[in-house]
Design a protein around this ligand. Sequence first.
Ligand code: AMP
Ligand code: GLY
Length: 443
Amino acid sequence: MIFLTVGGGGREHAAVEALHRSGAEIHAVMKTANPGIIALAKDYLLAPETDVETVCAYAAKVGAQFAFIGPEAPLEAGLVDALERQGVACAAPTANAARIETSKTFMRELVRKYGIEGNLAFASFNNKEEAVRYLETVAHEIVVKPVGLTGGKGVKVQGEHIHTIEDAAEYVGEIFSENIGGAGVIIEEKAVGEEFTLMVFCDGRKISPMPLVQDHKRAFEGDVGPNTGGMGSYSDADHLLPFVEKKDMKQALRILRDIVDAMAKEGCPYRGPMYGQFMLTVDGPKIIEINARFGDPEAMNVLPLLKSDFADVCMRMARGNLESDVEFSRKATVCKYVVPEGYGTRPVPGAGIKVDVEAARAAGAEVFFANVEEVGGKLVTGTSRSIGVVGIADTLEKAERNCEEALKHVVCDGCFVRHDIGKKELVQRRVDHMERLRAAHVD
Ligand code: AMP
Ligand code: GLY
């Protein structure tokens, strides 16, 4: 089968690798020349991923039958709608269905309309004055977000980034004056707990879960510094997390199933991977956001564990016949991203980076290329995340050690890594935090 893939990050390298394992012929479109994808693809085109016309013309030229689309921006631009019009079956949602990510108001209103569990109090505004009036009356702690896409940035949390009504009002003003996200502001209730990611495969009606993952958004060790796209992530061999019990996972899965049902009823059935970001609170999992795609780095945790054939899963999502559950190996994973200095605020690109992929593999890890390019036979970093290294083993501790061992084979002078991700101390902090919250709740 002939697959068009769109996107050039670590997530897309992991997807292309899984499709390649399934024997798919891959034709890749990406903004920058990811050497990992280039090595596996039959050919590729460097183009903006949101240039629907160019991507469609390329799909026609290469005779693509199926499409895998990694990032959210092309979904919002209507790439799936256009590809499907020319007969390419897509394992990704239409622009209408992708509203579950591209409009935070759409998501919250849908969840409210269908009485789905896990919602948070929220209010959306199209102008600054009404939003500020609301801020003056709201009784609970809040989070201020642009309604539309901001590339993972743009969320400000009370107690972290905003401390007073004035701070919140100032940020609301900024969202409108700079048109951040392009669709107004949403003010949500702040949920307190520990975050986890549950991703599912979806064919419009049925869903099948992937192992739970925990991402680390903060740039620096100890969970401090600016929010980033995600510095690394881990998953456990039992497909749960040390602080998430089976019943919490089941509840999160029910929430995603209800969302998928609701979308079918609304006339915008959801096909493709769906990403649920949850906060596990003392009252169970609450929805933080729903994304219309795989998470990055989370895709790098789960895709190497696939026992099922990924091309087949994509074709089934696209055609609406995801019959049996998708299977994963019972292994733990720890992913750490090597990123350029300054990543999170002002990244400094252009550093040389050397990788010995075979040595990393021998250490029990997979290497996924992201925003690095070959220049004059040498790899150099871009402004986004550079290389993801994923340790895989029977236990979390061993997976973390494998990841660290493999990281010794990635040498870069102008880069940094959050070494604490997946380490016992940090994982234990999550468990302790959850226990403290539960104890305080009982009191
Ligand atoms: P997002 O871009 O929506 O994933 O938000 C970035 C981060 O902000 C999340 O990973 C959370 O840590 C935090 N966040 C977003 N919404 C909320 C909320 N309603 N309550 C608490 N934290 C939130
Ligand atoms: N890892 C967070 C995201 O992909 O949105």
